[in-house]
Ligand binder design. Structure first.
Ligand code: PEP
Ligand code: MG
Length: 850
């Protein structure tokens, strides 16, 4: 006890006082900076974290000494000062020191209306936040003067009586006791479980401390022109220079913000009186302080001020709260004005926040009637009519209507429907389920694993747990950023890819030391990849190309072919289409590397699953229905993710890879005629044994020779292997002998390392994360301990076997900052991610290198 009462318990904030963010909090430090800038800040003292912690534990603060600092007659306020203002803190309490005697004195000097208002506010705050009495009894309405009680004297009497009735004691009169109780209640509020959980959710550490600042009140209520307000010098939504804020006569604290209709404007405004008109000098001073704050505090600040009988007093300054777009605009403008360095501007932006800028967003302030929530798998917001099938989505697009595809889960055959939709929601699935991966690639907002909803595809009904239901054509909004689906059309904010965004990323590229490519399957993806300045394509999944209408039929014929010659005949029809796809991609990428993955999925994904579909297929192939159903049954696998797919198809039905290689080489020859020589990269999926790579390599080399011979053109290419199975990582040394590069496919590698289906994990992932079984969804953030160890083993063994072998990662983790950090430390050459995550990856890798 002795220890805490005797130590220097508080520090007056002067220009040279030892005030530290890590001991007294951000607000205390900021106030010291304002003092150093000679701003008219009232006398303030700061209590450090350890003192506040001791107060919470029951040690009595020496409040008599504090009161003496301010003088017996002063009124004072207490505000929280946590290390990071975003972690919040208890509410400020104003007018401490008001009591009957002070009230009587103020009645004399300022009149009863002022004295009553000040006392009443304090009683209200004290009763609710310190004595923890029922807020209803001390509600705001009793603070408002009315015809019956113009100077609030009745309200004051009522409040004092209510306090006494509830506590059986008189309202505390001793300022030292008042202050002691306020400090104790604020300290305890911070130590409470709810407050701790709330701030931890905002990123605060478990032991985050709270400092408190005790400040002499400036009287916004009183004689002459008195009032309070806030002012800022940029628009918090766009980051553009603009003076905004509010001022309200006869008010305190943040009153002006609560009562917009009564508040007056700051700048000259045709809509009404402004502070600039009624107090031009004070307004000029505020503008000067704003400029000074920006230059010396090196950020855009919102200044809280009071006018006390015509005199300007600065109470506080906090960073202007801002959208991601504004954060980028502000950081770039500060760097351009030489106030911060480019490095600092790059470091100030949370890479994930960039994603918000790439898509229209649901206005965070908008009303939300939440009908479902799940995993926000692809960010952005979109409104449209519900459709329950890919066909309905295409029909809707044809009619020019925006639609939202709602499915239990999606399969490759839904891709065209996803293309036609403005957003997607699935009942099942996790971060790497089909819907999630495709939606991110398309830049379409998406929610997966929307638990609680039930979808009846046949009757076209979406049912909610609360009994409500939606049918086809009903309008909903998908917020893929928060993972919430909303009834009706919500208010949107536009995407903001302006000059500041481009400038910031240009600066980021100057610092970064790991490459960033894009996963791009279509010309649209490739164009997006270029727009976001990816350094090539790191993964082109070719199977999506076979789902186009005309190709699907040929593909199915190929699957039903009994003999290799028949299979080859079908593939011959697909060859020119594939070649055209690749020519287009090569042209768009203009000589940048393009890494094409050979065919990967199990064949059954190309076959119909309904009886109706099978009948149609039998008709189009001119086969008996029984043949079709038999073949489909033959292809059925118990665990298709671990069955006949990837290189296993390449080994057992080699004609598919032959055709793809031929298409790639012929396209490279063709595209090279029009521009820089194209050096295609080809990679083999799902390898687990060296011999697989060896066999495929032999055939592909043969195809290359044949194309060189047929075209008379020399070309080079690189053949690599995707490391997606734990065995491939362990045997990377052998495999590297037949591979010019290795690309770690961490979606499958995570699935196989955990033995956890990427399509089913979403159902229970949130339970697992909540209970701390996994710290994060390993399909989202790379599991550096387990999967990461396999990556390291694979990388080391591959490098030992083949010096300088190119290494990369192309799973969904490629767009995740923590995972990029791992790849960079492991010395990978590049990461590849969905085109819409390229900006995030560029910025995150720059931050890692600074
Ligand atoms: C992977 O498995 O990490 C990968 C990139 O391939 P896909 O997601 O297509 O299985
Ligand atoms: Mg894979």
């Amino acid at each position: 006890m002795q220890k805490h009462t005797d130590i220097a318990t508080y520090t007056e904030i002067t220009p040279t006082a030892p005030i530290y963010v890590g001991q007294h909090g951000g607000r205390a430090k900021c106030l010291q900076r304002l003092v150093r800038l000679d701003m008219p800040v009232p006398r303030t003292i700061a209590l450090p974290f350890d003192k506040v912690q001791a107060i919470a534990a029951g040690y009595p603060p020496n409040t008599a000494a504090m009161i003496a600092e301010f003088g017996e007659d002063a009124l004072i306020s207490v505000r929280p000062s946590s290390e990071d203002p975003d972690w919040g803190g208890p509410r400020a309490i104003l007018n401490i020191g008001m009591n009957d005697a002070r009230h009587a004195a103020l009645c004399e000097t300022e009149g009863p209306a002022t004295a009553n208002a000040l006392y009443l506010r304090f009683i209200q705050a004290y009763a609710v936040h310190v004595a923890r009495l029922d807020p209803d009894m001390f509600d705001a309405p009793i603070l408002t003067p009315c015809a019956d009680d113009p100077d609030l004297s009745k309200a004051l009497a009522t409040a004092l009586r209510a306090y006494e009735d509830e506590t059986d004691e008189q309202f505390p009169q001793d300022p030292a006791r008042q202050l002691g109780e306020v400090l104790r209640s604020m300290a305890r509020a911070w130590a409470g479980t709810t407050a701790r959980l709330l701030r931890q959710a905002k990123g605060a550490p478990e032991d985050a401390g709270l400092g408190l600042v005790v400040q002499q009140m400036a009287m916004g209520i009183g004689s002459g022109e008195s009032g309070s307000g806030v002012i800022q010098f940029v628009n918090g939504t766009t980051g553009e220079p603009q003076i905004t804020g509010r001022y309200k006569s006869q008010s305190q604290g943040r009153d002006a913000l609560g009562a917009k209709s009564e508040a007056i404007f700051l700048n000259k405004d045709p809509r009404g009186t402004s502070l600039a008109e009624i107090l031009p000098e004070q307004f000029e001073a505020l503008v000067r302080f704003g400029k000074l704050g920006r230059e010396r505090l090196r950020d855009e600040m919102q200044i809280e001020f009071t006018i006390e009988n015509g005199e300007l007093v600065i109470l506080d300054a906090v960073r202007v709260s801002r959208t991601s777009a504004a954060a980028v605009a502000i950081a770039v403008s500060l760097a351009e004005d030489g106030i911060i360095s480019r490095e600092e501007a790059v470091l100030r932006i949370d890479p994930r926040a960039l994603t918000e800028m790439l898509h229209p967003q649901v206005d965070p302030e908008a009303e939300r009637d939440i009908i479902a929530s799940g995993i926000g798998a692809s960010p952005g917001g979109a409104t449209g009519k519900i459709v329950f099938s890919a066909t309905a989505a295409q029909a809707s697009l044809a009619q020019g209507d925006d639609c939202i595809l709602v499915r239990r889960e999606t399969a490759p055959e839904d891709i065209r429907g996803m293309h036609a939709s403005v957003a997607v929601m699935t009942e099942k699935g996790g971060m790497t389920s089909h819907a999630a991966v495709i939606a991110r690639g398309l830049g379409v907002p998406c929610i997966v694993g929307a638990h609680g909803i039930s979808i009846n595809h046949r009757d076209k009904i979406l049912k909610l747990p609360d009994g409500r239901f939606f049918t086809e054509g009903d309008i909903i909004t998908i917020d893929g950023t928060t993972g919430e689906a909303l009834a009706g059309a919500a208010k949107m904010l536009d995407a903001s890819l302006d000059g500041a965004f481009t400038t910031l990323l240009e600066w980021a590229d100057e610092f970064r030391d790991i490459g960033v490519r894009a996963n791009a399957d279509t010309p649209t993806d490739a164009l997006t990849a270029r727009r976001f300045e990816a350094q090539g394509i790191g993964l082109c999944r070719t199977e999506h190309m076979f789902f186009e209408d005309d190709r699907l039929t040929v593909m199915r014929e190929m699957i039903f072919a009994k003999q290799p010659e028949d299979r080859r005949a079908s593939l011959d029809q697909l060859l020119p289409m594939q070649r055209a796809d690749f020519i287009e991609l090569f042209k768009i990428m203009q000589g940048q590397p393009v890494c094409i993955r050979l065919f990967d999925p199990p064949l059954h994904e190309f076959l119909p699953s309904t009886r109706e579909g099978m009948r149609e297929l039998a008709e189009s192939l001119d086969l008996p229905l029984s043949d079709v159903t038999r073949r489909i049954a033959n292809l059925k696998e118990f665990n298709p993710m671990l069955g006949l797919r990837g290189v296993r198809l390449g080994i057992t039905l080699p004609e598919i890879y032959d055709m793809q290689a031929q298409a790639i080489f012929e396209a490279a020859v063709e595209a090279s005629k029009h521009g820089d020589p194209v050096v295609p990269e080809i990679m083999i999926p799902l390898v687990s044994a060296q011999r697989e790579a060896e066999l495929v390599k032999t055939r592909i080399d043969a195809v290359a020779s044949a194309v060189r011979f047929a075209t008379g053109v020399e070309f080079t290419f690189r053949l690599g292997v995707m490391v997606e199975t734990p065995r491939a990582a362990l045997r990377a040394g052998d495999i590297a002998q037949n591979a010019a590069f290795l690309s770690f496919g961490t979606n499958d590698l995570t699935q196989m390392t955990y033995g956890l289906s990427r399509d089913d994990a979403g159902r229970f992932m949130s339970d697992y994360v909540q209970q701390g079984v996994f710290s994060e969804d390993p399909f989202h953030v790379l599991d550096t301990d387990g999967v990461g160890e396999l990556l390291m083993i694979g990388a080391d063994r591959a490098r030992d076997a083949r010096e300088g072998i190119m290494l990369s990662l192309c799973g969904e983790h490629g767009g995740n900052p923590e995972s990029i950090s791992f790849c960079r430390k492991a010395g990978f050459d590049y990461v590849s991610c969905s085109p819409y995550r390229v900006p995030v990856a560029r910025l995150a890798s720059a931050q890692l290198a600074i």
